[in-house]
Structure formats: structure tokens, C-alpha cells
Design a protein around this ligand. Structure first.
Ligand SMILES: [Zn+2]
Length: 318
């Protein structure tokens, strides 16, 4: 629900430079092994197109940002995944899955991505912010990522870091190959300082709740920015954001109660009583509302976005 500065991402990529170089080299080696096997003409042609993208060590495909990726996709000689007709249906040939396997995407989910995204500061789904991006299976916790450019259509981008959007399993599943406008990594500081999305109480939610003390009277709505083109789907339509948060009115209820308890004079008493703890102001506010309080920290914890938006609306934080 907020973009991350590309500068920050580039710095973290620099810290992992040798590991990322190795990932490109391993992928290239595996692709070359695959290429030594027997293929149909179209599969071989596609495979060689993919290999050419991994050969340049000074222009590591894993480090391409979104603009660079778009540039490649728009090139005249760009090749689509080959298709075949089976049982009367057109489908992509098996070369797609073989390429993804060569790139080592599955292995990276339990090895590299948890550390890399932890350093970037992403632990919560970048789409719904309601769940973690980790899925546990029998042996390892795996990092769940959505591919901005789907791995089905663009298998060669399956490990390019700026194509990876950490997401919960539910959002990853519902998004599938739908197109959304939200870009996670950007140089545009207007997108990285403040979220374009907003949760707010419906107009008489607060009053109704305060009179009845019935949390079923609490309703939250989700506002999205105006999208440039109608080629993009709305967050709410793709990820069912309002539906997810409808189930969380107990959280909003707690904030409403907190806004009554933690009035200005009580907050001042707390601050002066516990000055010896030497808490920085953000930590103090975080303790009060029970989650992060600043937009730049949204990805650090599930439910932070709704918590900070409603807390702001209620005057618990500024
Ligand atoms: Zn999600």
C-alpha cells in the first residue's frame, strides 16, 4: 500500500552483490545445460532468447528495475513463450516451467528472499497488509512473492528482484495475472513518503458505536487513488480489501476506546511518569496504538496501515 524508494533497494542489492551475481551465473549455467538437450525448433529459439538475457554480467537481469524491464518487453525482437495445441486447446509449451526451474526461483524462496526482503523492511503483504508474506511448509518457511510480470508469461523475469512483490498467499492467488497500477519500487518520492490508499470510518460509525457500544456498528471504507487508465484493476476488486477488513472491527473498536482513554492529559501523565524509559516519540506512539505509526513503516507489520489510518482519524497520533 506504499512504494519503496529504489535508492534503498539498490543499496541493499549492493550489499548482496556477490550473491546476486552468483544467482545469475547459476541460472545461466543451468540454462546452458538445458540448451544442450533436445528441443523443438520454437522451444530452442525461445530458450536461446532467454539465455541471451542472462549472458551479460555487467547488465545483470536480476538487477533490472521496472523501467528497464518495460524497455526489454517493448523491444521489437521480444519473444513470447511458445505455445502448442493439445486436445484442441492452445497452451504454453513445457519450456516455460523448465526455464523457471533453471533460474532456481523455488530454492531462492526459502534461502535468499527471507533475508533480502527482511533487509528491505518487508514482512507484510504489500497488497492487503493484513498478513505475513511467509508460508510454512513441512521443512522450511518459504517467502511468498507475486510476480509483477507473471512468471507464466515472462519466465525469464521470475528471479529479477524488482519484479518480485512480497505478498500473502491469498493475494498472490487472487491477483494471478490481473494488472494493477501499483508499483512497489520507485524513484518518485511522492509515492514513497505517503501512501495513496486510505482506510477511514464511515460517516456515522464512531457516533453510532459510542452510543450503542456495539462493534457491529463500526464500518470502515477503503479509498483508492484515481488510476491513470482503466486497463488497471482496483485493489478492492482484486484483493477484496474491504471484505478482509470487515472482519477486523474489534481492532477498530480498541482504537475507538483508546482514543477515549488516551486523551491529551493522560498521555502527558504517561510521558512524564515514564520519562526514564527514554522512549523516542515514535516508539511511544507505537506502544499506545499497538502498531507502527508512520507510512514508511507500513510493510513492517500486518495491520499497520488500518491501525495508523484510524488512529490518525481519531487523533491518537498526528
Ligand atoms: Zn495480502
Amino acid at each position: 500500500m506504499i512504494a519503496i524508494p529504489l535508492d534503498k533497494v539498490r543499496n541493499i542489492q549492493k550489499a548482496y552483490q556477490s550473491e546476486i551475481d552468483m544467482q545469475r551465473q547459476n541460472a545461466l549455467d543451468e540454462l546452458n545445460v538445458l540448451n544442450s538437450e533436445k528441443h523443438t525448433v520454437v522451444d530452442k529459439e525461445y530458450l536461446e532468447f532467454v539465455i541471451s538475457k542472462f549472458e551479460n554480467q555487467n547488465d545483470n537481469i536480476l538487477l533490472w528495475d521496472l523501467n528497464r524491464i518495460k524497455e526489454e518487453i517493448n523491444k521489437i525482437d521480444f519473444k513470447n513463450v511458445p505455445t502448442e495445441i493439445k486436445n484442441g486447446k492452445t497452451r504454453k509449451t513445457g519450456i516455460k516451467d523448465k526455464i523457471i526451474k533453471c533460474l532456481g526461483y523455488t530454492k531462492l524462496r526459502s534461502s535468499f528472499y527471507p533475508n533480502y526482503f527482511n533487509d528491505i523492511g518487508i514482512k507484510a503483504c504489500v497488497y492487503c497488509n493484513s498478513q505475513l508474506t511467509i508460508v510454512a511448509n513441512k521443512k522450511h518457511a518459504k517467502f511468498e512473492v507475486d510476480h509483477f510480470y507473471s512468471k507464466s508469461d515472462y519466465p525469464f523475469l521470475s528471479i529479477s528482484l524488482c519484479n518480485l512483490y512480497p505478498a500473502c498467499a491469498s493475494c498472490n492467488g487472487t491477483k494471478s495475472s490481473k494488472k494493477i497500477e501499483f508499483e512497489l519500487y520507485t524513484d518518485d518520492i511522492s509515492k514513497t513518503k505517503k501512501s495513496d490508499y486510505k482506510f477511514k470510518l464511515t460517516s456515522n460509525s464512531k457516533a453510532k458505536y459510542l452510543v450503542t457500544r456495539d462493534r457491529n456498528n463500526i464500518e470502515v471504507e477503503f479509498e483508492e487513488p484515481d488510476y491513470k487508465s482503466n486497463e488497471f484493476a482496483k485493489f478492492n476488486d482484486v484483493f477484496h480489501v474491504e471484505g478482509i477488513y470487515k472482519t477486523q472491527n474489534d481492532l477498530v473498536e480498541e482504537l475507538l476506546i483508546k482514543s477515549q482513554i488516551y486523551n491529551e492529559s493522560y498521555l502527558n501523565i504517561l510521558k512524564s511518569s515514564f520519562y526514564k524509559l527514554n522512549l523516542n516519540p515514535e516508539v511511544f506512539k507505537r506502544i499506545i496504538i499497538g502498531n507502527y505509526t508512520e507510512d514508511i513503516d507500513i510493510h513492517k507489520r500486518p495491520m499497520s496501515k488500518i491501525t495508523m489510518d484510524i488512529a490518525r482519524e481519531l487523533g491518537l497520533i498526528d
